[in-house]
Design a protein around this ligand. Structure first.
Ligand SMILES: N[C@@H](CCC(=O)N[C@@H](CS)C(=O)NCC(=O)O)C(=O)O
Length: 264
């Protein structure tokens, strides 16, 4: 039996859901409420000591880290392969699948936090009280990032770096996609599964103009989103807690801030 511990709009969980859907695997889902910190309960930490989603449990054995989970699924269930068979294409694929762990995942969090989540988390609470609360978090690097972003929003150097890293990723993608349909090899692969959640988040934040002048990305985006697995793994999951409304409400105001950082 496959069990997936996930969250509706977790970018990492979206990767795993895409692979599960491409392979048409049956899975029992457990939704972890990140805002309620269900990821930090002793029961959850027993299967994922890092206290993050996603976690896959296969016949009672937990597997953690989204990219590792995706590769595990392809090893265990090789039908409808999600990795190119040619070793050089597979190496190319891994160059893309490591981008989230090399910084884009944290950058996505910083940008999303500046755009919408900081206001939602903070509400009317004074910044000193928020700082005291965040000092309780196990990940103090993240707590420091969040405090700075709450205070400075789009004036924060952390957010500037996050925007520039996204720009670099999009440039790299365009370098490939301007004359290829897919990031690695001749077909959709884990490279797509690992990057589309981050590009979708930019889209959701109203930042599609970031790739308007980058050949190949819009077509690729449309092609990836048109797959039935995408609808089942991403579109079908409603966002909870009005995140979507917040993102949509804020979206229109985010692009000018981003454009300014990019020197547009
Ligand atoms: N490298 C990990 C990152 C996992 C991660 O940071 N997940 C986020 C959601 S996308 C999470 O669980 N955040 C909650 C928290 O850190 O408290 C992976 O790829 O699985």
């Amino acid at each position: 039996m496959l069990e997936h511990y996930h969250h509706n709009i977790s970018v990492c969980a979206q990767k795993v859901r895409l692979v599960l859907e491409e392979k048409k695997l049956e899975v029992v889902e457990h939704h972890i409420d990140l805002k309620a910190r269900q990821q930090a309960t002793p029961e959850y930490l027993a299967i994922n000591p890092r206290g993050t989603v996603p976690t896959l449990v296969h016949d009672g054995r937990p597997i953690i880290e989204s990219t590792i989970i995706c590769e595990y699924l392809d090893d265990r269930f090789p039908d409808a392969p999600v990795r190119p068979s040619d070793p050089a294409d597979r190496a190319d694929m891994r160059r893309w699948t490591k981008i989230p762990d090399d910084g884009i995942h944290v950058a996505c969090g910083s940008l999303s936090f500046a755009a919408v989540f900081s206001d939602q988390v903070r509400g009317d609470t004074p910044i000193e009280e928020m700082a005291a609360r965040l000092k309780q978090l196990p990940d103090q690097n993240r707590a420091r990032r969040q405090i700075e972003i709450m205070e400075k929003k789009f004036d924060s150097p952390i957010v500037h770096d996050a925007i520039r890293l996204n720009e670099r990723m999009l440039n790299e993608m365009s370098g490939r996609l301007k004359d290829h349909d897919w990031l690695a090899g001749n077909d959709w692969s884990l490279a797509e599964a690992c990057l589309i959640p981050y590009v979708e988040r930019l889209h959701r934040l109203g930042l599609a103009p970031m790739w308007a002048d980058k050949p190949g990305i819009s077509d690729w985006y449309d092609r990836v989103c048109a797959r039935p697995a995408y609808a089942r793994a991403i579109t079908a999951y409603p966002t909870l807690d009005a995140y979507d409304d917040l993102l949509i409400d804020r979206g229109e105001t985010v692009w000018p801030d981003v454009q300014q950082v990019l020197g547009g």
